[in-house]
Design a protein around this ligand. Structure first.
Ligand SMILES: O=C(O)C1=C[C@@H](OP(=O)(O)O)[C@@H](O)[C@H](O)C1
Ligand SMILES: C=C(OP(=O)(O)O)C(=O)O
Length: 436
């Protein structure tokens, strides 16, 4: 990671017992929607205006990629981004998606329908993540591909339709197929036994594309061209999760996180926390950018262990590390089922969470794809040096652990927090958190 980011975030950060937390905060724009707004804008006819774009490293890489593919992408001093779409051209250099699985996989789908060759690269973490889940379907649609992990080259061209069953409930795979399908001939249908986040479908409709979605069957219709539109991106629930859990586990806290996207296909963590006894209130529920939005008031609560069914995993896949921290403070055992996908994120998150919890004095283990955490009914010992494996969500989760545990917790690699939540440290400090 660059020395600039290390200077800003420090490779090592320590969270120390603090609070009670209080205040009214907003979190940056949703990462999933931010990638999509840039990519769809880059494909659309006309000028797309984006408010609330997440300016995290992952999304900035997608902005660079869309620009390198021929669209005009600009940021005004007001913070508004504009994208003027274009017929995509082969970029002069490989596209470097750095740490971002979403950027890489969605862009692979989007380029596949153009008669161009595009090579994708990434950092060490992304280069170890599986790409065949996207490349296989793209080949079935007629694209040619080289490599099964990065670097990967897509040789795009004339595509045909396909029916695909999304067994892994991966929104990235679904989105890659739908994006390739925009320029394919014939039916493009994705069948989802378990629903994955639907921002692609929602936003494609906002760009004027025909997409139907019924009982887990998503189909592109006749009209597949995109027309520029204005997109307002609400706050990212995956980022809101950190101040919310911090407020629940530190006695006397109450924090309001404003303007959080609460799409039910992203809200599994909130449902689970409520089942654990969390006092979470959703205030002023409304719609923004085509998505449901609310202000969330989190008040410190005595939590109890629960069983989280595998069927809920797609709606909270990025939130298990912070849920595992909450579970450590809860009374009794929490069992989280069906987490095989956690092994192929920015790190093996199942292994990283278990090692971090154990280092903090919490009993935690895996049984097959299930994660079990033995809650202590109060603050764990902490006092550990936790390896974050350059994974932003592991780093933020264990810093929250440090804010509430008996002794401080240090994470060894906090640099990657910049990929999804560049304001994490100042925001946590603004509600009373001690992070050095
Ligand atoms: O489509 C998206 O924006 C995302 C989908 C999820 O990945 P999978 O599609 O691999 O489940 C999630 O983990 C990622 O952070 C964002
Ligand atoms: C898994 C994540 O992102 P991506 O797949 O885009 O790298 C994440 O943000 O937790």
């Amino acid at each position: 990671m660059s020395t600039v980011l290390e200077a800003t975030f420090g490779p090592r950060l320590t969270g120390s017992r603090s609070g009670p937390f209080s205040g009214f905060i907003g979190v940056p724009g949703d990462k999933s929607m931010s990638h999509r707004a840039l990519i769809f804008g880059g494909l659309a006819n006309g000028l797309t205006r984006i408010r609330g774009l997440l300016e995290g490293d992952d999304v900035l890489r997608t902005a660079d990629a869309v620009r390198a593919l021929g669209a005009q992408v600009e940021r005004a001093d007001s913070g508004e981004w504009t994208v003027r779409g274009a017929e995509w051209q082969a970029p002069a250099e490989p596209i470097d998606c750095a740490n971002s699985g979403t950027g890489a996989r969605l862009l692979m789908g989007a380029v596949a329908g153009f008669p161009i060759d595009v090579t994708f690269t990434g950092d060490a973490s992304l280069s170890g993540r599986p790409m065949e889940r996207v490349l296989g379907p793209l080949r079935s649609m007629g694209a040619r591909t080289e490599g099964s992990t990065l670097p990967v080259t897509i040789r795009g061209g004339r595509l045909h339709g396909m029916h695909f069953v999304n067994e892994k409930a991966s929104a990235q795979v679904k989105s890659a197929i739908l994006l390739a399908g925009l320029r394919a001939e014939g039916d493009v249908v994705v069948i989802e036994p378990r629903l994955s986040r639907d921002h692609t479908e929602n936003m494609l409709r906002a760009f004027g594309c025909d997409v139907t979605s019924e009982d887990g069957v998503i189909s592109l219709g006749e009209r597949r061209s995109l027309t520029a539109t204005d997109v307002a991106i609400p706050g990212d629930p995956s980022s809101a999760a950190f101040p919310i859990v911090a407020s629940l586990i530190v006695p006397g806290s109450q924090v309001t996180v404003r303007n959080v996207m609460v799409n039910p296909l992203r809200a599994g963590l909130f449902t689970t926390l409520q089942e654990m006894g969390a006092d979470l209130r959703f205030v002023d529920e409304r719609r923004e950018g085509g998505e449901p939005v609310a202000d969330i008031v989190a008040t410190a609560s005595a939590l109890r262990g629960v069983e989280v069914p595998a069927s809920r995993a797609p709606s909270m896949i990025d939130e298990y590390p912070i849920l595992a921290v909450a579970a450590a403070f809860a009374q009794g055992r929490t069992v989280m089922r069906g987490l095989s996908e956690l092994r192929v994120k920015e790190s093996d998150r199942l292994a990283a969470v278990i090692a971090g919890l154990q280092a903090c004095g919490v009993d935690a283990w895996d049984e097959g794809d299930d994660l079990i955490v033995e809650g202590l009914g109060g603050p764990p010992r902490g006092g550990a040096d936790v390896q974050a494996h350059h994974d932003h969500r592991i780093a933020m989760s264990f810093l929250v652990m440090g804010l509430a545990a008996q002794k401080a917790v240090t994470v060894d690699s906090a640099d990657m927090i910049a990929t999804s939540f560049p304001d994490f440290t100042p925001l946590m400090r603004s509600i009373g958190g001690s992070i050095q």
